[in-house]
Design a protein around this ligand. Structure first.
Ligand SMILES: *Cc1c(COP(=O)(O)O)cnc(C)c1O
Length: 422
């Protein structure tokens, strides 16, 4: 039986999922449905909304940009929103990142990073084409980004099209050395072009967390391997882990950094891949064959660039760092509520992100528990979207302590309400 809407939704099994609520208004941490219900957006609309929905400065910048510009071809022409954004991003990013390639989604930002890395060695006449990644990683849903991400039910049908990569064991607490050893071993083969990591938090892989010291170790091992270090900060950027970029906590300056989601405060799509002079210079040549051959129709969309500039303005003009710190400490203050409770395990916080595993025999992403939990939370006016048995909170920074209490209360009630037993 087909649903009544022609829409084919992302990550949605239409045969088993109920029709979604229709949202007619968004403001701050709240969404409002066509029937007047209020829903607290505890996952920042898939991790994009940082300050809150419809931040006035960002919405005003979007409206203003539209008075003069719409999409302008970005090969052979330029415009001020992109010029300014590139300068601002270089000023904010970890040291050494000097060039900015604009695209339109996190997946594209990572595809661009992979192509840049391979381009460097191809243009130098070196045969380095292998990529190493962290087990459990997620970098997008295009063929290239699925290849460097975790394999599973999500991408099994496309397996024949995915390229092989070197998988490093996840640096779980106490087992970090195995990850570094695996990277060193891969590096000794001399064919490694790049290492791709989500710094500090593996998002879609279940909010798995590792420390800044390990991130710094991974960077050093990548240098020993003679490979390029790609930080996929698509989720972790813009304050999520407590600092503007997660790499800052480890003092790591990546060769390539990917950012998207919070780049425009989450209002409109935009992505940037930042690269060092070394990477740009490897493509800089009178030989046109060494051009970086990548584009998308909407590269550097002026309205999206204006939104990103406004987001940077909000970071500059408002106490965003303080809000991030306050949310991080509010999460830390509450995460202890799961201590000693056999229904929960691995309660963890990194910056503004909190996560806990629900202990149940039917774990895993496809377990029925995911949709059941989602329905339970939605019934309470809370948008929480567990990754299988992993329940996480990644709210916009404007969320209040009372709202956070409601979320923790609901998580603590959920296992009994759903009859889940450890
Ligand atoms: C969401 C995400 C992506 C993909 O971004 P899209 O905009 O959905 O294509 C890539 N990497 C990480 C770490 C992400 O969380």
């Amino acid at each position: 039986m087909s649903p009544s809407s022609p829409l084919w939704r992302p990550f949605t099994q239409h045969a088993v999922e109920p029709a979604p609520p229709k949202i007619v208004r968004a403001e701050g941490a709240w969404l409002e449905t066509a029937t007047g219900e209020k829903i607290l957006d505890a996952i920042s609309s898939w991790w994009v909304t940082t300050h809150g929905h419809r931040h006035p400065a960002i919405m005003a910048a979007i409206a203003e940009a539209g008075e003069n510009l719409d999409q302008i071809i970005f090969a052979g022409l330029t415009h001020e929103p992109a010029e300014r954004l590139a300068r601002e991003l270089v000023a904010l990013a970890p040291a050494g990142l000097k060039h900015v390639f604009l695209s339109d989604s996190g997946s594209t930002a990572v595809e661009v990073a992979l192509k840049m890395a391979l381009g460097v060695f191809a243009n130098r006449g070196e045969t380095r084409t292998r990529i190493a990644v962290l087990e459990g990683g997620y970098h997008g849903d295009t063929i290239g980004t699925m290849s460097v991400g975790e394999r599973g039910v999500f991408n099994a049908p496309y397996e024949p099209l995915l390229f092989e990569v070197e998988r490093l064991p996840f640096p779980a607490p106490g087992r970090e050395q195995a990850t570094i050893d695996a990277l060193d071993a891969a590096g000794r083969r001399g064919d490694l072009a790049a290492v791709v990591v989500e710094p500090l938090v593996l998002g879609a892989g279940g909010m798995r967390m590792y420390g800044p010291a390990t991130l710094a170790e991974l960077k050093r091992a990548t240098e020993r391997a003679g490979a390029l270090f790609i930080a996929d900060e698509v989720m972790t950027g813009w304050g999520r882990t407590g600092t503007l970029f997660a790499c800052e906590q480890a003092g790591v300056a990546p060769d390539i950094l990917c950012t998207s989601k919070g780049l425009t405060g989450g209002a409109v799509p935009l992505a940037a891949t930042l690269a060092t002079a070394e990477i740009f210079d490897a493509h800089y040549s009178t030989d046109r064959a060494k051009t970086f051959f990548h584009s998308s129709s909407f590269t550097a969309n002026p309205i999206a660039c204006a939104a990103a500039l406004a987001n940077i303005g909000v970071w500059r003009d408002e106490p965003v760092a303080e809000r991030v710190a306050a949310l991080a400490s509010a999460q830390r203050a509450r995460i202890g509520r799961f201590d000693g409770d056999a229904r929960f395990a691995n309660a963890r916080v990194r910056g503004t992100i909190a996560a806990v595993d629900i202990v149940t025999p039917d774990a895993g992403y496809l377990a029925e528990i995911g949709p059941k939990l989602r329905a339970f939370f939605l019934g309470q006016g809370l948008l929480v979207r567990p990754l299988g048995d992993v329940v996480y909170l990644m709210p916009p920074y404007c969320v209040t302590e009372d709202e956070l209490d409601r979320l923790y209360d609901a998580i603590l009630e959920a296992p009994d309400a759903l009859g889940l037993r450890p």
